[in-house]
Design a protein around this ligand. Sequence first.
Ligand SMILES: [Zn+2]
Length: 264
Amino acid sequence: MRALAIAVGAAVLLAFAAVVWVDSLFREPDARKIESLTGALGARTLLAVFAHPDDEISAAGALADAASNGVRVYVVTATRGEKGKADFSVSSSDELARIREAELRAHTRALGVTEQQVWHFPDSQVDRDIPALSQRIAAEIERIAPDAILSFHPESGLTYHRDHRAVGEATVRAIAATGSPARLVQLLVPAAMMRTFAGERGALVAKNQPPATWAMPIDSRIKRRAWTIHASQAGFIRRVYKVSPWVLYFFFDEEHYFVPEPRR
Ligand SMILES: [Zn+2]
């Protein structure tokens, strides 16, 4: 009886230690804790620039928080995601693009986004014409006059996807070309988690992204809802992380950002 009690106690302790360890992989202890991204920036107009329908999920916490605080939120998605995969059969890449665009629009509407634009840069080839993309983003910056601009980091691209890195680079160039005073925010993923769970690609991301400046807690339900709306991609989390979205977002309940000091 006593031996059984000790064994059960040890198992419970081990399980607890494992949860604490996994949880620690999703933290950036040196990042400043903030409650609201746009609140911390004092931003009233936010422009977010992504590559594919569903990329906005990685910033869904910030977008939802901004919109619910009355910030005007403009989202640009550079491609229609026609080179992606769907969880069900589709007849053509054009059909997939139409489905993914509709999912994206439904999702950003649910987040309270002011305006969603979907551009037709070629999926998986965005890096072929960074100057054209940069010009287009610059025109948006001039039209909207945002005081914060959120995108990918040009060297890590959140997942190291070439389109993400190209969008990050084009956004940096557009800000420089317009001389916009907007604060730049680049999306990051927890580096320790990427190194531990995401293989070679994860190690590349962790190596190439800057240290997180800020960490913002998010309501995980927003991310789980996002994958429900993006129904053609609903199996993505299981495919990539080998866990259910519920398990992933139990731990992944912060968003991390790199926020460079304003230029003088
Ligand atoms: Zn993407």
